[in-house]
Design a protein around this ligand. Sequence first.
Ligand code: SF4
Length: 452
Amino acid sequence: MGFVSLGCPKALVDSERIITRLRAEGYELSASYEDADAVVVNTCGFLDSAKEESLAAIGEALRENGRVIVTGCLGIEQERIRAAHPQVLAITGPHQYEAVVAEVHKALPRPHDPFLDLVPPQGIRLTPRHYAYVKISEGCNNKCSFCIIPNLRGRLASRPLGDVMREAERLVAAGVQELLVISQDTSAYGLDLGYAKSAWRGEERETRFLALAEALGSLGVWVRLHYVYPYPHVDQVLPLMEDGRVLPYLDIPFQHASPSILKAMCRPAHGEKTLERIARWREICPELAIRSTFIVGFPGETEEDFAELLAWLSEAKLARVGCFKYEDVAGAAANALTGQVPAEVKAERHDRLMRHQQAISAELLASRVGKTIEVMVDRIDDEGVAARSHWDAPEIDGNVYLDGNAGLVLGDRLEVLVEDADEYDLYARPAGAGPKPRKPGRAAKAPLAPSH
Ligand code: SF4
């Protein structure tokens, strides 16, 4: 079986679940098109450019293999897929695990394997062995005007805290050293369940953002929170960051800073005074790093709105920033807004924002030079070791580069002395007595590359 996984970490977790199920049934995973009897393509349908990329990936799989099953977010646009690629074997939609597995059964009869329980208890992961994404909920109750994810994935559906924690424990027992919490809206966790209690380690705990952060923070590994919105109750997690139980890191997709644009975007928490909230968070946890994404060129964005965003960035001093040029997404409410921004203005604002943030990032990183910090080893090759600090998530943020590999293995955590910095990365050398003892997993081996 071949597998191509596109899109965000949430789609990656869907891929992991499908692959886990197929491996549990005895299917072998193939790393090349030629060796596969059929290929599943898990698509992304968030932006039109992502849809094009998904259609191209389906086309490639058809050319190289010929037997293709499509699943994921683009799957709800069956007609569009069929128009471009009439020969696909089947199309299923987002998180329809049963349906996609049923289609695989039709395409490739289920192999007989007497050793079905050889699949490891933590399931099959597409990430390196030392970190893993943990998806705590599906869907979203918000109605951001540029987004069709609630249409694709439905309303918020949280997993009970006990379920999430048992998965987290299995991962840690298998050697995972960093848990990355993902969802569409992590701060809303449990709202749909009325924060119902759920049992874990013999205790009833609420299915709630703070209770989950506390429970994860007791496992002895790094815990990183993604897709959080700046609601007042998020303040409660800052003390856990300050005392080291949860990483001092928040991934908050602010998207803009101008109140009128945020209102037109219908963003969650758009009425919050975010600069004041960030200042309060930093009083509790001075080391807090915030990463965010922004959209420039949203319909109606004036030069004043954009200048307000740059001024906000100067004050907010975010550690990491991603920026996207607005584009219409088929089915999104924002398509009907007037005041489309010309493409060249979008491009110019994108470049200005990135240059503006680069200077802020360079200043923040320069302030780390001469300090001793904890890092986790992420990659080892002939050129040395790429590690990450508390302030950097894998794939999307920066690195801490170390000279030599000094017997390190992936997932090791050690103290390093920062010697240099540029706009995105730090350069350091080991300080102290080498890697810290792992709690409680075992040593990681070479990473398993994502399938696409
Ligand atoms: S919070 Fe907004 S952007 Fe994010 S998934 Fe929900 S509707 Fe879409």
